[in-house]
Structures are given as structure tokens and as C-alpha cells.
Design a protein around this ligand. Structure first.
Ligand code: HEC
Length: 395
């Protein structure tokens, strides 16, 4: 029997996700919610003896009524009706009765409202029609069963509107001077909201939203000692980004206090792609993000990358423009993994996942991950699977 193994995987998931919650979440949610547990995932071993937490997990029982309450709140924004609760409680096959209701909630018009809210929170954008439209696009993809990867690849309709009274999504093309759109990467709201020096905040948003981890995003298997105390850990050639020694105004090759390049090797190869959007999110012919030196002049290409360097998503994944970046990201399994982890996180009621995905072993949600890809990134189907999974319906 590998039941204990299954349990401990589920356990690691709960711990990982409770650690994800950061300062927005008190400990104590779920069976693993105890500070002692945060370290248990990584140190868990194959010993047959169960830790107290694993024992707690072993003691969990199916409770379809409790699961129904949480599912209803998340998926339709309201408690189950008495009839719904009774239909589960009195069913001879509670599992099937519960699953039918989860499917009904996902088909409920209010599911669209809940999705719009979820994605606005996920994207940390909202409050105007333009900012809302990023979350609306994601919700539309989910509700319509379209591939979630269109968030990175859609060429039309990327500024849709949503009418909460009728629950109708209306596709609208963004009008910000972009010749070929790439989902939210070229979105005017995103580019306006995350304007900053050298476009790094946009890059950070893209990384954290779609890869679920903060920078540094890439770690080499062969780190390089730059000095007795400075270790260069990114897989790019150290001088593949700019510093004062190779023509830039900002010294990304500095390693006196921190090794800038550990993060900026990846960041600087992506940032130029976002550098031509101005503070209104409109694409210009000229680089339109300032650089943090006297007078705040526009950044120059040489401030990010020395001549001859090309832009890209990762060291082995070049991308000449945002549509290419979107296509590469859409095909990156880690981006899919991030989407699946967010679904779990939301179902389990946890906060933002950034910084902590690495503590959640992928095998915990391997089945949902494989199915998500096999189903063409259908997030609605994924949510059904998560809300009907064994981990969700046991307490
Ligand atoms: C741990 C990763 C990391 C390291 C190390 C790092 N940075 Fe950054 N840097 C970032 C991120 C992420 C941002 C974007 C922050 C934001 O705007 O939200 C940023 C932003 C910047 C900006 C723009 C700030 C602004 O005014 O908007 C500059 C300039 C910069 N970094 C230079 C450096 C230099 C120089 C070093 C080394 C001394 C360095 N960074 C080290 C991750 C890093």
C-alpha cells in the first residue's frame, strides 16, 4: 500500500500551500496548519513512522457537506441552498451528488463573477475598465473553456468587458498601438499599471504571475565564484548583461554587496521587450521607460544588454518580440504548473503563492497537471478536478 505516501504528498501540499500564504494567512487552516509543519515537507523521509501531522491527515474523513459549503462559496459566491445540502447529505452516493453540484456551480452564471474577482486579485489589477479587462480576459477564457495560455498568445479581444448584470463577456480589441498582440503581455492596463524604471516591474509581474516565483528565476547547476563571497548563480554568461564596464549606465555587473546579475541576467534579457510601452501602456517606436539616473532619461538598449545580445524568456529560450515570448511561455511546463498551483491555492483558501511554489512538489498535483495539458489548458475542467479531488473533500 502506498497510502502513507499519498497522504504525505497531500500533506506536503497543504504545508506548502499554507506556507504560501505569507502574511495574509494565519496558520492553522487545514490539518497541516501548524508552524511545526512548515519544515516537514522538505525534510520528510521514507520512514514508515508517521509524524503527528501525517497521523492527523490519516484521520481525515470524507465530508461532502463541508466540501460543498466551501465549493459553493468559492465557485458561486454563496452558500449552498438547503436543498443542495440535503441532496448531498441524504444521497446514497454522496460523491456523485457532490460532483453534480460542483459541475452545476461551475455552470452557474455567478461562476463568471467569481472568476473575474479571482483573476483581478491574481493579477493585482483592477479598478478601471482598462485594468479590469485583464482579469476579465482570464475569466472569459475560463468560462468559455478556452486555453488559459491565450493569456499569453491571444492576438484579438484582449481588452474584453464584462457585464455583471447579464454575465456577458464582450470581446474588445486593445487599442494601444500594438501591431500583433500577445495576450496580457501587450495589454495597455498591465503595461500602464506596472510602469517603472527600465520596465523591470512589468518583467517582475510577468515572472511572478505566470511562473509563480520571485526573481531569481534561473539557477545554474554550476554556479561561478566571482569573489570569496560573491556567487554568480544564473545560467547566462556573466557579461551577457550590461554594467558600467560594457557600456551601461547602471552597473548590473556589480557584486560587492549583492550579485545583481543573479536576478538581472534573466530580467535584462526580457525587459527590452516591455520597454517600448509608455506610462499609459501605449506602444511607441522609442524606448519609453526611464532609467534611474540624473534627469531620468529614457533607458537605452545598451543599459540592459551589450551589443549582440538577444532578448528571451530563459537562457535557452530566445524571443525576439512579445508574441514570441508569449508562445514560449505558453509552452513552458512551469507556466502550466503555476496555473495549476494557483487553482489549488484558491480552492484551499490560501493567499498569494509567489515565493513558495518551490515547496510544493509537482507530484502532488501531477494528475491534474497532466490532465490540464492534455485538455488543452482548460481551466474550467481543472477547477472541477481540483474541487472534486480527494484532498478537497476530506477534512
Ligand atoms: C533578488 C533579485 C534582484 C537582485 C539581486 C537585484 N535586483 Fe534589481 N530589481 C529586481 C526586481 C524584481 C526589480 C523590480 C522591482 C519592482 O519594481 O517591483 C528590480 C529593479 C531594479 C531597478 C529599477 C528600480 C526602479 O527605480 O524602479 C534597478 C535600477 C535595479 N533593479 C538595479 C539593480 C542593481 C544595480 C542590483 C545590484 C546591486 C540589483 N538590481 C540587484 C530584482 C533584483
Amino acid at each position: 500500500m502506498n497510502k502513507a505516501k499519498t497522504w504525505s504528498a497531500a500533506f506536503a501540499l497543504l504545508l506548502g500551500l499554507s506556507a504560501c500564504s505569507g502574511d495574509t494567512q494565519t496558520q492553522g487552516n487545514g490539518p497541516g496548519g501548524n508552524n511545526g509543519g512548515v519544515d516537514a515537507g522538505p525534510t520528510e523521509d521514507a520512514a514508515p513512522e508517521l509524524t503527528p501531522f501525517e497521523e492527523a491527515l490519516e484521520e481525515r474523513e470524507y465530508d461532502y457537506s463541508a466540501a460543498l459549503r466551501i465549493a459553493a462559496l468559492r465557485l458561486k459566491g454563496d452558500l449552498p441552498t438547503l436543498t443542495e445540502l440535503q441532496s448531498v447529505e441524504t444521497a446514497s452516493d454522496q460523491k456523485s451528488a457532490y460532483e453534480a453540484l460542483v459541475a452545476a456551480y461551475i455552470a452557474d452564471p455567478r461562476f463568471a463573477d467569481m472568476q473575474v474577482d479571482f483573476w483581478k486579485n491574481t493579477f493585482k489589477m483592477g479598478g478601471s475598465v482598462e485594468l479590469d479587462s485583464a482579469g476579465v480576459l482570464a475569466a472569459q477564457l475560463v468560462v468559455e473553456g478556452r486555453p488559459l495560455t491565450e493569456l499569453l498568445t491571444a492576438t484579438t479581444g484582449t481588452c474584453p468587458t464584462y457585464d455583471p448584470n447579464t454575465n456577458i463577456f464582450t470581446p474588445v480589441d486593445c487599442d494601444n498601438g500594438v501591431p500583433v498582440h500577445a495576450g496580457l503581455l501587450t495589454h495597455p492596463g498591465m503595461n500602464a499599471h506596472f510602469i517603472s524604471n527600465m520596465a523591470f516591474r512589468r518583467v517582475r509581474w510577468v515572472q511572478e504571475t505566470f511562473a509563480c516565483t520571485a526573481f531569481p528565476a534561473e539557477i545554474s547547476s554550476e554556479p561561478e565564484a566571482l569573489s570569496d563571497t560573491a556567487l554568480y548563480t544564473a545560467p547566462w554568461e556573466f557579461t551577457s548583461i550590461s554594467g558600467v564596464a560594457n557600456g551601461g549606465d547602471i552597473d548590473f555587473l556589480d557584486y560587492q554587496s549583492v550579485v545583481c546579475a543573479n536576478c538581472h541576467a534573466t530580467m535584462n534579457h526580457m525587459a527590452p521587450l516591455f520597454g517600448y510601452f509608455d506610462d499609459l501602456g501605449v506602444l511607441n517606436n522609442e524606448i519609453s521607460v526611464p532609467k534611474p539616473v540624473d534627469g531620468n532619461p529614457p533607458t537605452a538598449l545598451i543599459d540592459w544588454l551589450p551589443d549582440g545580445e538577444t532578448t528571451g524568456w530563459r537562457v535557452d529560450a530566445p524571443a525576439a518580440d512579445l508574441p514570441a515570448l508569449g508562445a514560449i511561455m505558453a509552452a513552458d511546463p512551469r507556466v502550466a504548473e503555476c496555473s495549476v498551483a494557483r487553482a489549488w491555492n484558491w480552492a484551499m483558501g490560501k493567499g498569494d503563492i509567489v515565493d513558495t511554489l518551490s515547496t510544493v512538489p509537482q507530484e502532488v498535483f501531477q494528475t491534474q497537471f497532466d490532465d490540464f495539458i492534455a485538455n488543452g489548458y482548460d481551466y474550467k475542467e481543472l477547477l472541477y478536478q481540483v474541487f472534486t479531488s480527494d484532498d478537497f473533500v476530506q477534512f
